[in-house]
Unconditional design. Sequence first.
Length: 256
Amino acid sequence: MSQPPSAPMGAAKKPIVYLGLPYHKDILPETMLCCSTHASDGSCAIIFPPPTKGSILPDVFNRIWCEARKMRKQIPITHFVMVHSDIRPDIHFVDVLVREQVGTGADIVSAVVPIKDRRGLTSTAVDSPAGPRRLTMKEVFRLPETFGLNDVKKTLLVPSWHGPLVVNTGCWVCDFTRPWVDKVHFEFQTAILEDKDGNPYPVRCGEDWIFSRDVQRLGGTILATRKVRLNHYGDDGAYTNAYSWGEWETDKEGSE
């Protein structure tokens, strides 16, 4: 999976991008190589600190976010990018993300990331009356390459999906100069509910969807894209966002 080098961003000052890489146990060698060597063709100035390790994802993300905010006091960082350690994006992925953010004016642009099983579900979702509905890879390829909530409602003909669009933190960019940057953080939410027969069951909401909702509550806009091609690696191989695939046409479960 490769693509031609991107054209220069233009005569204006280069975007200055803080690139965070969180990990728990191991980092995919290809991910490290892409971040350290092939993140940009030179169109962006990349700040790539040592990867941040930890077992509690929101804590690791918050540590990275805090370091970027502190560094912003000395260096005029314009963008923040995060890549997970089990994702291998295409070369020059930072250029593509930044170009989409600048071109659309969105606060956040997140690459669509497939979940690591054969269903073809992704972790990009839209709120609906029945709860969050994840998009499948088949649905994603019916949408524009870069899309928002209105595109989902119009193309997939589901006006009841009222939003917001919630996206994954596996490979994404944000405009790090926006006011909401200093007002958000990452957190999990868990609870125990009961079904109609009184049987308890656990529920959870990941830090990515909570973060997406918080940003939009503060006035930010979020888009998802498949212009950044990537592989999401699991124990049984790689799951790509490069084409339409999967056993499911649509989310049969309704929520994560």
